[in-house]
Write a protein that binds this ligand. Structure first.
Ligand SMILES: Nc1ncnc2c1ncn2[C@@H]1O[C@H](COP(=O)(O)OP(=O)(O)OP(=O)(O)O)[C@@H](O)[C@H]1O
Length: 306
């Protein structure tokens, strides 16, 4: 399977300051690739390099299987839509008129305007002046502009920044619908783990310019050591019984229960049997996943200790 975006040792220094280091991105076709990292990690700089807006210090970029070179950059970018930073508009013009200008700039037919307005659900407001738009509507118009020309690849830099919860939800649903309906691949950046968790199929985590994780969202979740939380009629005695049986057990911090640091059926079964034998009642038994927040901290801690 050929990746839609590949970078090799992509590097950017500003003066002597490394901002992106040796980045090897692999974005699979049809994926929503969540590009995750704290503020200042280098996400925007990377996306700008992919779009040819910032020149890499070193390394190479391949988009849709082709190396991005000065001479074919424009051709490749024809197949790429982007929403980087707050999109600029003519406030005194309507949404449709703004999109007509984008069509001229992109050299794509205006016949696509109706369809992108429908996708972003702005068809009813298409004749309204953009200066009267809410931030959410402006972001959706930005997405509509990115979708003109039906690109195969979309690059979205923090598309939900500044939106209210309803706007965030709307933008998220829109983004999620695009690969299935239109066969697009999407690279979307965010510093919010929960957001990526709800949207992405694949994840790349960048910290201080370097990639510290890349893979499917599922494989990221596998990084989370799941555990079982138990509440019993006698947590103190239960702890001793399980510990004596060499089970990986720990008391939880507030003393209301226990953690079994394993989700293997055989161990959970053993745990239940031992407690029943000792006539200790089980009140709760639940599987706990590490939150993405915890996974991120774990990954970055590991990085810091390397
Ligand atoms: N033109 C520039 N000149 C010098 N330094 C820059 C320039 N652009 C970005 N930087 C620095 O590069 C680092 C990475 O910035 P970048 O905007 O890529 O991060 P980011 O992950 O997108 O963060 P944010 O979510 O805050 O936008 C920051 O320390 C920033 O100050």
């Amino acid at each position: 399977m050929e990746h839609i975006i590949t970078t090799q040792a992509l590097t950017k220094n500003y003066g002597s300051k490394p901002v992106v280091r040796d980045l090897t991105l692999k974005v699979p076709p049809g994926s929503i690739y969540g590009f995750l990292g704290p503020n200042g990690a280098g996400k925007s700089t990377t996306m700008k390099m992919l779009l040819g807006l910032v020149k890499p210090t070193a390394g190479s970029i391949f988009i849709l299987g082709k190396p991005v070179l000065e001479e074919n950059r424009l051709e490749l970018l024809k197949n790429t839509g982007s929403l980087i930073e707050s999109p600029a508009y003519y406030g005194h013009l309507s949404a449709r008129e703004n999109l007509q200008i984008v069509c001229t700039l992109k050299n794509v037919p205006e016949t696509g305007i109706d369809s992108v307005l429908r996708i972003v659900r702005l068809e009813k407001q298409q004749d309204k002046k953009v200066k009267h738009f809410s931030l959410g509507m402006k972001q959706r118009l930005g997405l509509a502009a990115a979708l003109l020309g039906h690109p195969r690849l979309l690059l979205l830099d923090e598309p939900t920044n500044g939106l209210d919860p309803a706007g965030i939800q709307e933008m998220r649903e829109l983004i999620c619908s695009l690969p299935g309906k239109y066969g697009m691949t999407i690279l979307v950046s965010s510093h919010l783990l929960s957001e990526i968790d709800q949207m992405a199929t694949h994840v790349g985590i960048i910290e201080k310019g370097a990639l510290i994780f890349q893979g499917s969202l599922e494989s990221l979740h596998r990084h989370s050591r799941a555990r079982i939380r138990l509440r019993t009629t006698d947590n103190g005695r239960a702890f001793c019984v399980l510990k004596n049986a060499q089970l990986p057990v720990a008391a939880d911090k507030d003393g209301h229960g226990l953690f079994l640091h394993s989700t293997e059926d055989s161990r959970v079964l053993q745990c239940g049997r031992l407690l029943a034998e000792q006539e200790i009642g089980v009140l709760r038994l639940e599987e706990m996943q590490m939150s993405l927040e915890e996974i991120f901290l774990k990954l970055t801690e590991k990085q810091a200790s390397l």
